[in-house]
Design a protein around this ligand. Structure first.
Ligand code: 7TS
Length: 400
C-alpha cells in the first residue's frame, strides 16, 4: 500500500484540474500577448481562471492578484520590493518577521539584513505560536513591513493574522502574510481583515507546481521584481503560464468547495490518528489542536531520529517528512522544535504527517501499525532511549 502523508510539501494534482489544463499544452498553446487567434483563444480561459482566483480569496476586482512562478517568488518579491522602496531610500529601516517563517522569507530577510535592513525575528512560545502583542512591542516609527505566515508548514500552528493586521493598520505599517498553508484549510478572505499582501501557491491545494500568486491591495502595489514586459498589468513580466493559471483557477475553486470537508472530516480523521499516535509512550505534539490547521501533525517520538523513522515508513510505502522538504537534505534538527526550545535530542525526533482530502482511513490505519512497529524496533536499538514508566522531562505539552 502506498500512503502519501506529505501534503504540506505538495499535493496530488486533482484530476479535474489536470483535465482543464491539458488543452493548453498541445492545442491552445498561443502566447496570450501575441496578436493572432492562437493568442485570442486563450483569453477567455485566463479571464475565467482569474475570476476564480479572485473569488478564492475574496479579492476586490480593484485589487491586484499577480500570478508568479511559486510562493517563493511571491515572498521574495514582497521583501525585496519593500527593501528597494523603503529601506534603500532611507524612508524606513526595519521589518518584522517570525523566527519560523518559510526559508523563502527567512533567507530573503537575512539577505536584506546584510544590505542594511534591521530585522526583528518574533519568537514562538512553547506551543509554537507567536503573539500579536509581540508584533505591537516590536513596531517602531521606522518599521516598513510586518511579514508573518498565516499557518506554519511544520506544526500547522495558526498565527493571529487578523489581530496582527489590525495592529499594522493602527501603526501605518504594511502587512504581508504567507498564506500557503492556509488556502483550502482555513477560510481565507482578504476583505475580512487588514492585509496588504498575501502569498499562495497552487501545488499546496491540488493544483500544479510552478504557479503561485501575490495578492496586493489596491493602492499598495509593489514595484516589480521581474522587469521586462507588460504582462500582469506590468507588475510581473514573463510569458503567462496559461495551463498553470487555468489549473490554479480550478484548484482554488475546488479547495474552497472542499473547505468544510477539510475542516470537519479531515480534522476528525487527523484527531483520531493523533490520539492513537499519542498512546505510544513518550510522544509529544507541540501545538494545541485548536490553534492548528486541520491536516497537520508534528509529533516527536523520544529516542528516535526522525530520519530513521522516515526510512522505516518509506520501506512500507508511507511518505511523511521530518519538516520542510526545502531543508531536508541537511539533516538538521527541525527548526520549529529548536525555536520552541526543545532539547537537542527531541529536536531531531520530529515527524510531520500532513493529510489531504485524498487521505483515507485505511491509509491511516496502515500507517499507525507501521509506526508502532517502527517505534518498537528503533527504540530497541536506540542508544539514547531508555523507557521509564514516568516518562521523560520533555519541556513540551501533549497535543490536546
Ligand atoms: N511558504 C510556505 C509556508 C510553505 O510551506 C512553502 C513550501 C513555501 C512558502 C514555498 O512554496 P513554493 O510554491 O515556492 O514551492 N513548503 C514546503 C514544506 O513544508 N515542505 O516542502 C515544501
Amino acid at each position: 500500500m502506498k500512503v502519501y502523508l506529505d501534503n504540506n510539501a505538495t499535493t496530488i494534482v486533482d484530476p479535474n484540474v489536470f483535465e482543464v489544463m491539458e488543452p493548453f499544452f498541445v492545442q491552445k498553446y498561443g502566447n496570450p500577448n501575441s496578436l493572432h487567434a492562437f493568442a485570442g483563444e486563450t483569453h477567455p480561459h485566463i479571464k475565467t481562471a482569474m475570476t476564480k482566483i479572485y473569488a478564492g480569496i475574496n479579492a476586490n476586482t480593484k485589487d491586484s492578484v499577480v500570478i508568479t512562478s511559486c510562493a517563493t517568488e511571491s515572498n521574495n518579491w514582497v521583501l525585496k520590493s519593500i527593501y528597494f522602496e523603503y529601506i534603500l531610500t532611507g524612508k524606513k529601516n526595519h521589518i518584522i518577521i517570525s523566527e519560523v517563517e518559510h526559508p523563502s522569507i527567512m533567507a530573503t530577510a537575512r539577505f536584506i539584513e546584510s544590505m542594511g535592513c534591521k530585522v526583528t525575528y518574533l519568537p514562538i512560545n512553547s506551543e509554537g505560536l507567536i503573539t500579536a502583542q509581540s508584533v505591537r512591542d516590536s513596531i517602531t516609527s521606522k518599521t516598513a513591513l510586518v511579514s508573518v505566515m498565516w499557518a506554519n508548514n511544520e506544526t500547522g500552528a495558526i498565527f493571529p493574522v487578523e489581530e496582527i493586521g489590525q495592529i499594522c493598520e493602527e501603526h501605518n505599517v504594511l502587512f504581508h502574510t504567507d498564506a500557503v498553508q492556509a488556502i483550502g484549510k482555513l477560510p481565507v478572505n482578504v476583505q475580512s481583515f487588514n492585509v496588504d499582501y498575501l502569498t499562495f501557491s497552487a501545488h499546496k491545494f491540488h493544483g500544479p507546481k510552478g504557479v503561485g500568486a501575490l495578492f496586493m491591495k489596491k493602492g499598495k502595489e509593489l514595484i516589480p521584481l521581474l522587469h521586462g514586459g507588460s504582462q500582469m498589468g506590468g507588475y510581473r513580466s514573463g510569458t503567462l503560464n496559461v495551463p498553470g493559471i487555468v489549473g490554479m483557477g480550478k484548484a482554488i475553486e475546488q479547495a474552497v468547495d472542499a473547505l468544510d470537508f477539510e475542516m470537519s472530516e479531515i480534522r476528525e480523521m487527523r484527531d483520531d490518528f493523533e490520539d492513537a499516535l499519542l498512546e505510544i509512550p513518550d510522544t509529544f505534539v507541540v501545538t494545541p489542536r485548536r490553534n492548528r490547521t486541520p491536516n497537520t501533525i508534528l509529533i516527536s517520538f523520544r529516542g528516535i531520529e526522525g530520519e530513521s523513522m522516515l526510512w522505516d515508513l518509506n520501506r512500507e510505502g508511507i511518505a511523511a517528512s521530518t519538516g520542510s522538504a526545502c531543508a531536508s537534505e541537511d539533516l538538521e534538527a527541525n527548526s520549529v522544535m529548536e525555536a520552541i526550545g526543545a532539547d537537542e535530542d527531541l529536536a531531531h525526533t520530529a515527524i510531520r504527517f500532513s493529510l489531504s482530502r485524498y487521505t483515507t482511513q485505511e491509509e491511516l490505519d496502515h500507517t499507525l501499525e507501521v509506526v508502532k512497529k517502527a517505534v518498537t524496533r528503533l527504540r530497541e536499538i536506540s542508544s539514547s532511549y531508555a523507557y521509564t514508566p514516568e516518562g521523560h522531562e520533555s519541556g513540551l505539552t501533549a497535543g490536546h
